[in-house]
Design a protein around this ligand. Structure first.
Ligand SMILES: C[S@@+](CC[C@H](N)C(=O)[O-])C[C@H]1O[C@@H](n2cnc3c(N)ncnc32)[C@H](O)[C@@H]1O
Length: 395
């Protein structure tokens, strides 16, 4: 995302972002985002080669996605979504030609040799600019290494990305020391603080992971002297839950914290959640993996008291057809790429547009939906800007 707007080549941040968010999106942050996008584009080129996709093309001969998958010998049920994303990404960069034929078929063509671009050059630039962001680069490097094995069906994305090596990379990634991830935590915390009424709040967090989102929320509430009546931290992974419990209890000794496993794809009653209990249901980068989004939204709404608010910090897709750079990693995970689809508001796995989120929430009984900041207003100027909190109420 260049600092200047795509609309008029001026810096429009002060006009388009709420003032309290401006410090999060300074020039240094934006340069790191640009470098990560370039790094992912170069890794995508490398993966296009390492998975046999480049060899599946013959010069100037148009091929469909299914033909490319078959020609490269990839496991179509796993590879379809990631390869469609790779083709879309290379097309956006102008490295492939893609077009709709008269019969409605989408054909992809490789018309000229692909450039030789070294990802490490970009990583070194990032290291010189600000090494705190390197964990975001490391996760994409890890994914790139495993692309061939996963797309050939030799292992799952879950096995590859959550191995011992993977866990240590995620620990560094899901951290407030990684400014790229900290932005999601900060956005969610600011949105939650703004959305809650005066008085003590009872909080249910889903998919709390290693607790960096919790830390940011508790820091924010402490700074604003917002009292917490109860904070119930939940997470599906026993390992993450144990680590989060240890670190949060060590630091927040006077906060009424409780911890329990919770699978957002199961009835919340199985995790001991009682209806109409919480004034805030909260999550950072988790709701988009719900297998049946309607069912999970129904559980979240049910857990709220009347008047309660849901705040979910999410990566929001600005336009329906835009491939986002972090999908390079997440497309490898089944829960991300293969949920229950709803044509009108969940036409794909993973990240949704502001309109799709709004429709999903309204269709499932929420009111007062707000996307903060307003991606629909920002995207014409900054089409790469994707971080937002989804806020909605139970009335
Ligand atoms: C992007 S991470 C969130 C990280 C967290 N905000 C933190 O600061 O560490 C998403 C989390 O959702 C969890 N998750 C994935 N599927 C889940 C499910 N079905 N139910 C509950 N949590 C789930 C993952 O284990 C992971 O910890």
């Amino acid at each position: 995302m260049p600092v200047t707007s795509q609309r008029n080549a001026e810096d429009e941040r002060a006009t388009l972002f709420p003032p309290e968010l401006l410090p999060l999106f300074g020039d240094a942050f934006i340069l790191s985002c640009d470098l990560l996008e370039e790094y992912v584009a170069r890794l995508t080129l490398a993966v296009f080669r390492s998975t046999g996709l480049e060899a599946a093309f013959r010069k100037n001969v148009g091929v469909t996605l299914e033909q490319v998958l078959a020609q490269a010998g990839l496991a179509a049920s796993v590879a379809r979504v990631p390869v469609a994303w790779i083709l879309a990404m290379l097309t956006r960069r102008g490295w492939l030609e893609s077009g709709v034929e008269a019969n409605g078929e989408i054909l992809h063509r490789l018309e000229q040799p692909l450039p030789e671009l070294d990802p490490n050059e970009i990583l070194q630039r990032q290291q010189g600019h600000d090494p705190r962001y390197v964990p975001s680069f490391a996760i994409t490097t890890l994914a790139a290494e495993y692309y061939p094995a996963i797309l050939r069906g030799q292992m799952t994305g879950e096995q590859a990305l959550f191995s011992a090596e993977g866990i240590s990379a995620w620990v560094k990634y899901f951290s407030n020391d990684n400014p790229m991830y900290a932005v999601s935590n900060a956005l969610g915390a600011i949105a939650a603080e703004q959305s809650l009424p005066e008085g003590p709040v009872s909080i249910l967090e889903i998919g709390g992971g290693l607790g960096s989102g919790t830390e940011a929320l508790l820091d924010r509430f402490k700074a604003r002297t917002k009292p917490i009546a109860a904070y119930h931290f939940t997470e599906i992974s026993a390992l993450f839950l144990k680590r989060a419990r240890r670190s949060l209890l060590a630091r927040w000794t006077d906060c009424p914290l409780s911890f329990a496993p919770l699978d957002i794809d199961r009835p919340f009653a199985e995790g001991g959640i009682s209806p109409a209990t919480y004034s805030l249901v909260y999550g950072v980068n988790v709701l988009h993996v719900a297998r049946d989004l309607a069912a999970t939204l129904c559980e979240l709404r049910s857990a709220l008291k009347v008047g309660g608010v849901m705040v979910m910090s999410e990566c929001v897709r600005p336009f329906a057809d835009t491939p986002l750079h972090m999908e390079f990693v997440f497309n490898l995970l089944t829960a991300f790429r293969d949920p229950l689809l709803v044509p009108t508001w969940r036409p794909n796995g993973g990240f949704l547009t502001p309109e799709q989120w709004t429709s999903a929430l309204i269709a499932n009984g929420f009111k007062g939906v707000r996307i903060y900041p307003d991606i629909a207003a920002i995207r014409g100027a900054y089409p790469s800007f994707v971080a937002a909190a989804i806020v909605a109420r139970k009335t």
